[in-house]
Design a binder for this molecule. Structure first.
Ligand code: FES
Length: 495
């Protein structure tokens, strides 16, 4: 038997070899994982999930981790030794998942209900008491389809085959089913209804709708109305077999997550012009008043999530999340207080804004030093290609916003409030976003709005009507508009 074992660390993708029997704590400490209770097996913060290989649970782990967690492969890395080859998912490296705890008005109902925000990357479910509005449970997790690609287009490509579509549908239905199952013990009364919102691709894959029309221009939805099921049809064993509703899409790549966001921001009731943007791989944009609402989507690419950036990573331990200029020098904040090992979306926007301020990056996006990269905080640096990736992402959003506002006959100054949804929208520095031309609105008009999709799903669960809102929304297909390319190229430059 070899003296060495191999360890793969995900989602970072590091592979290493260590001597058999090495404490995992030693191995992970070198990669910036923190051990808040000093490795005494109390805080659970050092959890790893065994994706392959064997790590039998210790008696201490049995007392600290729930039986379901143990069954899912979770262990405490501070208590474990590397005795065999392992692939591990490090909990501290997971991207933060936004739930929602904002107060909201509701009409009391009967029993309990569940609201679900089904995202391309993450899932969040809340169990609610419909009489009191109390949140009885929250569960979140990564979308189990992630192994089939990080972005919507890769999932759609897989979903084009009957087998791929079936597999992705099963994965997501059972993933949400597990979150709900996990919360059932907290339900005071029977669950009467489950409301799910998500982008168009997630809607189609969950509901078993053909994704083919989403795979090519003009990116139409195959079926965008309200889809209803019984829990048992989805393979969920819930007492009373409640009704499950996936709220309707708005068109193209604008899903019910944005419809829910409109309910949450009450855009459809507003006499003043409001906007809502979900800054993701697929940027979803909606502006409107109670008179008229217009939405669109634009392919921003993965730069806001650290994707296609040489040292890009999710907002997790070791990621540079903020960059500022202090006395002419760059100052960085690293998540988890660890040594920097990459840069996440908010850090990238800050770093480029700082580079523009210091004259290190030109308005056209060129690195002015003539060198191949721009050091943010050693060893983390941005390459010329990284800056271009950000230009592509921010250009797509800015062009989409400009075209939607143009069609409404409005300008940025007419917008009373712009809400930013999604994790990146909540953490991005508004001044930096304005400096690079991503969000061209005065800072005081821009408001991070948390998880508006989940809040809207909860409102729908409590009976807020949504069908009349959906019917009033006009969908603008940017891909079909000949002006888009020209405006996109213009918006790629930095102000
Ligand atoms: S470091 Fe606290 S439980 Fe492992």
């Amino acid at each position: 038997m070899s003296d060495l074992v191999s360890i793969e660390l995900r989602p970072q993708g590091e592979r290493l070899e260590v001597r058999r029997g090495t404490p995992l704590r030693e191995v992970l400490f070198a990669y910036g994982v923190e051990f808040p209770c000093g490795g005494r097996g109390r805080c659970r913060r050092c959890r790893v999930k065994v994706l392959s290989g064997s790590l039998p649970p210790t008696p201490e782990e049995r007392s600290v981790l729930a039986p379901e967690e143990l069954a899912d492969g979770w262990r405490l890395s501070c208590r474990a030794l590397a005795q065999s080859d392992l692939a591990l998912e490090v909990a501290q490296w997971e991207a933060p998942i936004l739930a929602d705890d904002s107060p909201f008005e509701f009409m009391p109902g009967e029993g309990c209900g569940v609201a679900v925000d089904l995202g391309t990357t993450t899932l969040v479910a809340q169990l609610l008491d419909l009489k009191s509005g109390a949140v009885l449970g929250v569960r979140s997790g990564l979308n189990p389809q992630a192994g089939y690609g990080a972005d919507i287009m890769s999932r759609i490509q897989v979903g084009l085959s009957a087998e791929g579509g079936r597999k992705l549908g099963e994965l997501i239905r059972s993933g949400i089913g597990r979150l709900i199952q996990d919360m059932l013990p907290a339900a005071r009364d029977p669950i009467g209804r489950v409301v799910i919102v998500g982008n168009t691709a997630m809607h189609h894959l969950f509901c078993g709708v053909d994704v083919e029309p989403l795979s090519h221009v003009p990116f139409e939805t195959a079926r965008d109305g309200l889809m209803t099921f019984r829990a048992a049809e989805l393979g969920w064993r819930i007492a009373g077999d409640p009704r499950v509703e996936f709220l309707p899409c708005l068109g193209g790549f604008v899903g019910s997550d944005i419809l829910a966001g409109m309910l949450a921001t009450r855009m459809h009731e507003s006499s003043e012009l409001l906007g809502l943007i979900d800054l993701g791989t697929n940027g979803e944009i909606v502006f409107g008043t109670r008179e008229r609402i217009l939405c669109a989507s634009t392919a921003a690419g993965p730069a806001f999530e650290g994707g296609r950036i040489k040292m890009g990573m999710q907002a997790a331990t070791g990621a540079i999340s903020e960059v500022s200029v202090v006395e002419g020098q760059l100052r960085c904040r690293v998540l988890g207080g660890a040594a920097p090992r990459g840069i996440c979306g908010s850090g990238l926007v800050d770093a480029v804004a700082a580079g523009l301020e210091l004259g290190l990056i030109s308005p056209a996006g060129r690195l002015c030093s003539g060198e191949s990269c721009f050091t943010v905080c050693p060893p983390v640096a941005l390459t010329q290609r990284d800056v271009r990736e950000l230009q592509l992402a921010k250009g797509a959003i800015a062009a989409g916003v400009r075209m939607v506002l143009d069609l409404l006959g409005a300008s940025a100054g007419d917008v009373q409030r712009l809400y930013l949804a999604g994790a990146f929208g909540n953490y991005v520095n508004r001044a930096s976003a304005r400096r690079i031309g991503l969000i061209q609105f005065p800072e005081e008009q821009v408001q991070p709005a948390g998880n508006t999709a989940l809040l809207g799903a909860k409102l729908a669960l409590f009976g807020t009507p949504f069908e009349h809102v959906r019917q009033r929304v006009e969908h603008l297909s940017l891909a079909a508009d000949p002006r888009f390319q020209e405006i996109y190229v213009e918006e790629m430059a930095f102000p």
